[in-house]
Design a protein around this ligand. Sequence first.
Ligand code: ATP
Ligand code: MG
Length: 144
Amino acid sequence: MQRTLSIIKPDGVSRNIIGAVVQKLEKSGLNIIAMKMIHMTRKQAEGFYVVHKERPFFASLTEFMSSGPALVMVLEGENVITRYRDLMGATNYKDAAEGTIRREFATDIEKNVVHGSDSTESAAFEIGYFFNSFEIVKYRLSEK
Ligand code: ATP
Ligand code: MG
């Protein structure tokens, strides 16, 4: 079993497509085991994306990510990091495969609707950045 952090970014929340994105997660059999709305400060966004601090898009990205509410989730399942990244599609929506979240909903290379952890190490850091253990359920009722 593996866990990953998912974010519906401020563009997705402000465009009222939370439901559409969550429906894709559920239809793909990705279990949501934690979920909450947040609105990051600039400093919190900088801390979250610290791995990108030398990249030319860092300032713009952290401004965008702190520009409004976002929905953070923890997903759990076998091989969920790769399965969820496959469902998200390529960073640039123009390169994203048919049926992926970014192909369907993204409007811009930066405003690409969703985030997903890229490794078990980054998932552990990112989940811990937003959630404590009491906010994560151990199982879903549908699995009982
Ligand atoms: P994420 O980490 O958000 O799941 P990713 O792993 O597909 O996306 P990264 O390379 O980690 O892509 O980039 C992090 C985020 O920075 C991207 O999702 C996008 O919002 C933004 N970004 C990436 N490349 C660019 C770029 N060339 N110009 C502007 N923004 C970019
Ligand atoms: Mg990334």
